[in-house]
Design a protein around this ligand. Sequence first.
Ligand code: PAN
Ligand code: ZN
Length: 194
Amino acid sequence: MSKGPKPFQVDLDPKTGIPCRYKDKQVRRLSDLRGFFSDNDFVEGLLGRGKNPIIYEVYEIPQIPSEGLFSLACTVLHPGKVGREYYFTKGHFHAKEPTSEVYVGLKGNGIILLQTRDGRVAPLPLKAGGVVYIPPRWAHRSINTGKGKMVFLAIYPSDAGHDYESIKRSGFARLLVERGSKPRLIKNPVGKGK
Ligand code: PAN
Ligand code: ZN
C-alpha cells in the first residue's frame, strides 16, 4: 500500500475564516487581474496613479497532484468595485476536465458565476453557511457583492489544475455590475456565450 497523506484536522479562525495552519498563501492584486475586468481604462488609470489594491487572497492546504486526493483552499475576496464591476476572482476551468469542486461559504455573500465551454451560464448565490457544487466542465468565478469580505472554503481534487487562459481570452458571458446600488447580472458585450 502506498503511503498517502496523514489524516489531519485544522481549525478555521472564527473571526476571519482563514485556516489556522495553511501551507501556501497567494495574494492577487489589481495588476494580477489585468485583462480580466471589462473596463480596461479604469484598471490602467488606477495602476497609473499607483493604486494597486489587493482583490483577493488564497490560503491553501494542497496535496500533491494525484487521483483520489483533495486540496483545500480558503479564499478571502475583498469588497470593492472596478468601475461598475464588483471585485472577483480570475475564474478558471479545471485543466483536468472531469473534476468537480465544492465551495462552503464562511463569511459575507456574493455570487459564484459558472459557465460551460458551449456558453451555458449559472449564477449561484454563496453566503455564510451555504454550499455550492461545481460540476465537471463548468468554469467558476467568485464575485463579492457584499460590503464585507467574502470568505469560502474550496475542496477540489489535487490534480484538477487551473486553466485561466480560456477565461482571459473569452471572458464570462455575464458581468455582475452595480446599478442603482444593487447587483445586476448583465450580458457581457464582448463575452462569448448565450
Ligand atoms: C479556488 C480558486 C480561488 C481563487 O480555490 O482557485 O478561489 O480563484 P482563481 O483560481 O480563479 O484565481 C478553486 O476554485 N480552486 O479550484
Ligand atoms: Zn476550481
